[in-house]
Design a protein around this ligand. Structure first.
Ligand code: GDP
Ligand code: ZN
Length: 461
C-alpha cells in the first residue's frame, strides 16, 4: 500500500533552538534525494554520513549527519532519511524547504507512525503508545507507554484472540456437523476454555483500568477560603515529584488548574477560588472548562481552619458541588493549634461532630507546613480512584481500549448464558468478542478511527 505514497518530510525535533535539530523523511527510493542533499555522496544504510547539506547550486545550507535506513528495515517500513543539523529555527526551515524542493511534501501529524502501522511495523495499540510516550506526564506513564510500544499490551490481546479463535473453531465445527453438537463441545471442554478466556480478560481489563488512571489521572476540586493553605498544601503534596505541565494551547492564562503527580498518577486540581465571574473572554473559557471539570471530578478537598470554620463564600461553593461527589474535609494548620495529625473515617464522622462541613465523608487533620498527615491525604486520594501502584501487569490504556475490552467482556458474559442447544447464538457472541478485541490492535479498524487517532499526533511523528 505504501509504495504509492509520496515522500514526506517534517522537522522531528521540538520547535525552538537546540544543539541538534532533526528532519525526518520517509518515502520510496530516497537514495537519489540523499545524494542531491549531500552533494553526490551515497550513504550506506544505518551508517552515519558526515556531510554538508547543499542547495541546488551546491552551496552548503548546513552540515551534520545523514542517516539512511533502507526499506523495509526502518521505522515506517519505507526508505527513511534523518538529517541531523544544527537546531536553529531558520536552519531547520531552510533544510526543510530544500527537502520539499527535492520532491517531498510536508508530513501531516502522525503520518510517519501511520505509515509504520499501515506497513505492519506497529499495530494500532503500539502506534498509540508512541504518542503516549511523547505526551507522558510522569516517569511511570513513560515506562508504561514504552512497554506498550514494545508490544506487551498487544501480546495480551493477541493471546486472548488466539484462544478465542480456537474456541470459535470448535463451536463452528458443531454448527457444520449438527450430529456432533453438544457432546462434542463437552468433550472438547468448550466451557472450560471459555472460562479461561474470561479470567484472562478480567486481568487485562484490570491492568488497563489502572493504566488508564495513569494516563488520564484524577480530577480533584479544591475548596477553601483565602489563606487557609491551599497553595501550601499543593506544594507540599507535589513534593519532589515535579509535575511536567504540557504546553496545551489556550491554557496559558488558566490559573484555575494545576497539576501534580502522586505516585506517578497525574492529579488535576481545580482551585475553586479562581472560579469567579469575569468579563475576560479567555479567562471565562478557562473557567467554564473548570466548571465542567468540577462536574466530572473524582473527589473534592474541602480545606478549613477548624478554628474559623466555613465562611459564607466557601459554603456557597460547596453547595454547587454534586451531591454524589466524594468529599474529604481537611483541617489544616494543626501545628498552630496543637492538634494531632490523623484520619477520621466516614463511619466515625457519621456518629461524631468533628466535621465542620457535614457532607464530607472523611476527615484528615494535617499541617501543610510541617508535612504531618500528608501521607494520609495522599493515600486517601489514591484510594479514592483505586490506584494500586505501578506493576508489570499494567497497560497505559486509552478510553477506546477500555471500551473494547468491556464490549468483549459483555459478549463473553452473554456467551456463558447461552443454553446448550443455542450453539448459533454462542458462536455469534464469540465472534463479536473477537471483533471487539481486534479493534484494539487495529485489525478491523475503520479509516475514520485511524484518522482520529493519528491526527492527534504531533508533526514529525
Ligand atoms: P491559600 O490562600 O489558601 O492558598 O493559602 P496559602 O497556602 O497561601 O497559605 C496562607 C498562609 O498560611 C501562608 O502564610 C502559609 O505559610 C500559611 N500556612 C499554610 N499552611 C500552614 C500550616 O499547615 N501551618 C502553618 N503554621 N501555616 C500554614
Ligand atoms: Zn494560594
Amino acid at each position: 500500500m505504501s509504495q504509492t505514497h509520496p515522500t514526506i518530510a517534517a522537522i522531528a525535533t521540538a520547535p525552538g533552538r537546540g544543539g541538534v535539530g532533526v528532519i525526518r523523511l520517509s518515502g520510496k527510493d530516497l537514495l537519489p534525494l540523499a545524494q542531491s542533499l549531500s552533494g553526490g555522496k551515497t550513504p550506506v544504510p544505518r551508517q552515519a554520513l558526515y556531510t554538508d547539506f547543499v542547495d541546488e547550486h551546491g552551496q552548503a545550507i548546513d552540515n551534520g549527519l545523514l542517516l539512511y535506513f533502507a526499506a523495509p528495515a526502518s521505522f515506517t517500513g519505507e526508505d527513511v532519511i534523518e538529517l541531523q543539523g544544527h537546531g536553529g529555527p531558520v536552519v531547520m526551515q531552510m533544510l526543510l524547504q530544500r527537502c520539499l524542493q527535492l520532491g517531498a511534501r510536508l508530513a501531516e501529524p502522525g503520518e510517519f507512525t501511520k505509515r509504520a502501522f499501515l506497513n505492519n511495523k506497529l499495530d494500532l495499540a503500539q502506534a498509540e503508545s508512541v504518542a503516549d510516550l511523547i505526551d507522558a506526564s510522569s516517569q511511570s506513564a513513560a515506562r508504561m507507554a514504552l512497554r506498550s510500544l514494545k508490544g506487551a499490551f498487544s501480546q495480551h490481546i493477541h493471546s486472548l484472540v488466539d484462544e478465542l479463535i480456537t474456541l470459535r473453531m470448535l463451536v463452528e465445527a458443531t454448527l457444520d456437523f449438527p450430529e456432533e453438537d453438544i457432546d462434542f463441545l463437552q468433550a472438547a471442554d468448550a466451557e472450560g476454555k471459555l472460562a479461561h478466556i474470561r479470567r484472562q480478560l478480567v486481568q487485562v481489563l484490570a491492568g488497563a483500568e489502572q493504566g488508564a488512571l495513569l494516563r488520564e489521572g484524577m480530577n480533584v476540586v479544591l475548596v477553601g477560603a483565602p489563606n487557609v493553605g491551599k497553595s501550601s498544601l499543593l506544594n507540599a503534596l507535589a513534593g519532589d515529584e515535579v509535575a511536567i505541565v504540557t504546553d496545551i494551547a489556550g491554557t496559558t492564562r488558566d490559573t484555575v488548574r494545576e497539576m501534580i503527580t502522586l505516585d506517578g498518577v497525574p492529579v488535576h486540581i481545580i482551585d475553586t477560588a479562581g472560579l469567579r465571574d469575569t468579563d475576560d473572554v479567555v479567562e471565562r473559557i478557562g473557567i467554564e472548562r473548570s466548571h465542567k471539570a468540577v462536574q466530572e471530578a473524582d473527589v473534592a478537598l474541602i480545606l478549613v481552619d477548624p478554628r474559623e470554620g466555613l465562611n459564607r463564600k466557601t459554603q456557597a461553593i460547596l453547595d454547587t458541588l454534586p451531591e454524589s461527589l466524594p468529599k474529604i474535609e481537611i483541617h489544616n494548620k494543626i501545628d498552630l493549634h496543637g492538634g494531632e495529625a490523623g484520619y477520621v473515617s466516614r463511619e466515625t464522622m457519621a456518629s461524631g461532630s468533628l466535621s465542620v462541613h457535614s457532607t464530607a465523608t472523611e476527615l484528615i487533620a494535617l499541617s501543610a507546613k510541617t508535612g504531618a498527615g500528608l501521607d494520609l491525604l495522599k493515600q486517601a486520594l489514591l484510594k479514592q480512584v483505586g490506584w494500586q501502584g505501578e506493576s508489570e501487569g499494567l497497560f497505559l490504556a486509552r478510553r477506546r481500549h477500555l471500551n473494547a475490552l468491556q464490549a468483549a467482556q459483555t459478549e463473553l458474559d452473554n456467551a456463558t448464558l447461552c443454553a446448550p442447544q443455542q450453539i448459533e447464538l454462542l458462536a455469534e457472541h464469540l465472534r463479536l468478542a473477537q471483533l471487539a478485541l481486534s479493534e484494539i490492535t487495529g485489525e478491523f479498524s475503520a479509516d475514520d478511527l485511524l484518522g482520529v487517532i493519528f491526527s492527534r499526533f504531533c508533526i514529525g511523528k
